[in-house]
Ligand binder design. Sequence first.
Ligand SMILES: *[C@@H]1O[C@H](CO)[C@@H](O)[C@H](O)[C@H]1NC(C)=O
Ligand SMILES: *[C@@H]1O[C@H](CO)[C@@H](O)[C@H](O)[C@H]1NC(C)=O
Ligand SMILES: *[C@@H]1O[C@H](CO)[C@@H](O)[C@H](O)[C@H]1NC(C)=O
Ligand SMILES: *[C@@H]1O[C@H](CO)[C@@H](O)[C@H](O)[C@H]1NC(C)=O
Ligand SMILES: CC(=O)N[C@H]1CO[C@H](CO)[C@@H](O)[C@@H]1O
Length: 692
Amino acid sequence: YHVKLVISLFAATLECVRVDMMQNENKSDHHCHLYEGKNNILIVRRAQEFQMTLQFNQPVNPSDNFQIEFYIGINTYMLNGTKIIISFGGSQTGNWTGRIIQQQGDACVVGITPSADAIIGKYYTSVAVIGSNGISRTQKDSGTDFYLLFNAWASNDEVYMPNEEERQEYVMNENGYIYQEESGDGRQWYYGQFVEGILDACIKILDDSHMPLVNRGDAVKVCRIGSAMMNSQDDRGVLVGNWSDDYSLGTAPTFWIGSDQILLQYVNKGPVSFAQCWVYAGTFNTFLRCLGIPARVITNFNSAHDNTGNIVTDLVFNSVGNVLELNERLTRDSIWNYHCWNEAYLSRFDLPAYQNLGGWQVVDSTPQETSDGYYRCGPCSVKAIKEGMLGYQFDAPFVFAEVNSDVYKYKLNSQTGKTELLSVDTTYVGMKILTKSIGGNNYGPMDITGTYKYPEGSSKDKETMKNAGRTYKAHLQYDDEQGVEMTLEIPQKRVKIGQNFQMAVVFRNLSEDTRTIHGLLVGSTIYYTNIQRAQFKQETFDVTLKPMESEIQVVVLAQNYMPKLGCQSSLRFVVTAKSMENNQDLMAIQIVNLKSPELAFAVGLEVSLEIFVKVEFTNPFPFSLYNVRMAMQGPNFISYREKLYSEIATGTSITWMESSVPTRSGNTMVYAVLDCSVLGNVQGNWAIGIQA
Ligand SMILES: *[C@@H]1O[C@H](CO)[C@@H](O)[C@H](O)[C@H]1NC(C)=O
Ligand SMILES: *[C@@H]1O[C@H](CO)[C@@H](O)[C@H](O)[C@H]1NC(C)=O
Ligand SMILES: *[C@@H]1O[C@H](CO)[C@@H](O)[C@H](O)[C@H]1NC(C)=O
Ligand SMILES: *[C@@H]1O[C@H](CO)[C@@H](O)[C@H](O)[C@H]1NC(C)=O
Ligand SMILES: CC(=O)N[C@H]1CO[C@H](CO)[C@@H](O)[C@@H]1O
């Protein structure tokens, strides 16, 4: 009797004295153990249970009524999901669920399952005991805050991805590869989505966008806002684009190793200079993976930029004397050598279920065209592009044009101002679409062209074009009928910057008659957007065609193109010619991507578990390089660092050595880049396996 009385007296003043978020246990179950942070804050994914231990001042009775409250934002409100109450003892309301897992003495272990559409971001926690004398509530305490993320492992989450290997690649992999050439060359990129401060940076980006909290449970909206916020246009977002080759007021796009430095700089100083498409795509990928949305960077080769809105891309040639010449002004910006964007994996509950448009979605943050008033693009279903269903949100006609435009080549008559159609090429644009293969440091490309397009000329392809409202044109080969074909061939596979090389203009004489050809070859240095930087070669030639084949050898000298290269590395050759007997116009375009010199690595492991990294660069050019900036970073062992060399004389080498003890075991990478005003895109990396 006596004992019972004491308990009931205490029961009147039940109080929660400590809340333990059980960070270490719950983080790895939720695939969040890699997020770095000093104060070990809990990070979990929605639609999956996490556990908390509540420590009370006395044992809890079944009749006790207590509740756990979670809040996000300032004006919290139950009906819009910014305030969540999970009641134990009272009746449960709302979309999150809770259960008591274990109760032992004063401690109570509870399991909380956030709803599958819960708002993502940072919550704070309070435990309230409802007693007869009122409510006692725990104080706000940053030790019980937690982050909630999208969950690719939960089948009812809109970002659910069924395959574990794919989730490991598209959510968990911190290293990536971005392709810049059809051959599969490109650059390494460090996503660094788990680096300390990056999750806060991603949430800050959502805050800076003024996106209402109530929308932040919706991955489609988060992707769309993200695509607008990655570029600084119209919203002071993360990255400032610059397609010149003067980057003196910022960092050259080729000098970035990864996204972490960019996002941290954004948090401290606002918009970051400078970016081009792979920088936007790399940084956006970090944002998506960090918040839990499966994402990848893809590269579309010969990417059409449809600035006339007609899903047709025009190349215009001027008639100059006897031959044609590419009209740089009218052709401006129409086909980029390559363009990178992102794909995010979403169920698309916002689109009609019977259309089955879930799966990979195009999202693109490079500022190209405005969409509903902002520079943003997507999400747009890749399946919808393949089927030509352009009526579903968002921006499908623009994406369709990027991979499917026909190239119309026109001749402009300077006297009359009229244009005349020369030929239509239906295969050039969207020639190949690549992304990194699945699996750790496997940097081989995966060809995903087939996810965007049916084979050219197939009946399915015809159907797609019909759905897209386009008249289907077979590859029109005006040339065939007229008897001469011309191509431009470069026998050498890899040409290094600074090398001389050979080229051949090859003709195939398919006619039975004599053909006398008069031609013009123009060589220019270009940006990857295909815009001409400077012309370095122009020569005319005459040839009389022999049966079957005939060719003209052209030698390209480094001394001619080097002074016009700037820090670009692409040359474009345009050959235009006329067969004098029948006035047939011929043209061929060939782009040569020059290889940059490479950085040499030496990596050694000491007994003390210290890793030594040596990076070496030799100046292969016949001139000195001045003000050479270098950076090195080795995630989980060498933090980002830079060095400046005032001069690297011709033929001389510099070496840079660093050493450090790794903070984490597993596969990592050391990255290095080098940049100066006359040379961009020098980079290298070295994979390192660190044993526990
Ligand atoms: C709870 O779920 C229902 C049904 O899915 C939904 O309509 C409602 O908006 C959700 N409530 C909150 C606050 O998210
Ligand atoms: C939630 O609703 C309350 C009450 O209408 C409002 O004050 C608050 O701004 C809303 N929160 C968000 C994030 O929209
Ligand atoms: C690119 O950056 C340079 C300075 O580094 C600046 O002079 C130029 O105006 C920028 N171009 C654009 C289009 O912003
Ligand atoms: C082109 O080829 C045809 C067939 O081989 C030949 O009869 C004709 O002479 C050739 N033209 C020239 C210019 O050699
Ligand atoms: C999902 C979940 O609750 N995971 C773990 C949370 O922490 C407790 C305590 O260690 C584990 O038992 C759970 O498995």
